[in-house]
Design a protein. Structure first.
Length: 128
């Protein structure tokens, strides 16, 4: 039976990468539906319906009478009447979150480097 010694660190790395990628995005309102009518599709959108439910769609097109997009991994076409939609948010890159994530990861890596260096020096620290 083969052993997978690198499996756990690899999984942790992938999980960290996915978390950091998600941290760099935010949902931003598209605007009122009547002003959002366009032939240009929205890559990823979150609809908030009048009853409070939310629906995540991809390749969303806003028409005067409906909002049309694809749902889930099966890429199932969904059309929602515009009258049932309270708001539309689209997923965008957040410059502030991206900057904070890069600074945070850099600070954590620097702190880890200092800890490793201290342990490599025998765990002792003598001041000036």
């Amino acid at each position: 039976m083969p052993t997978h010694a690198c499996s756990l660190p690899r999984r942790r790395g992938v999980l960290l990468l996915l978390t950091l990628t998600a941290a760099c995005h935010t949902w931003r309102p598209v605007g009122p539906i009547d002003q959002s009518v366009s032939n240009k599709p929205i890559p990823r959108a979150r609809l908030t319906l009048r009853n409070g439910a939310q629906l995540a769609l991809s390749d969303v097109t806003v028409r005067s009478d409906s909002v049309i997009g694809f749902f889930g991994d099966a890429h199932e076409r969904r059309a929602v009447p515009a009258a049932d939609v309270n708001s539309i948010d689209q997923r965008e890159v957040s410059a502030g979150r991206s900057t904070a994530t890069v600074i945070g990861v850099g600070a954590a890596a620097f702190a880890a480097l200092i800890v490793v260096a201290l342990f490599a020096a025998g765990g002792t620290f003598t001041g000036p």
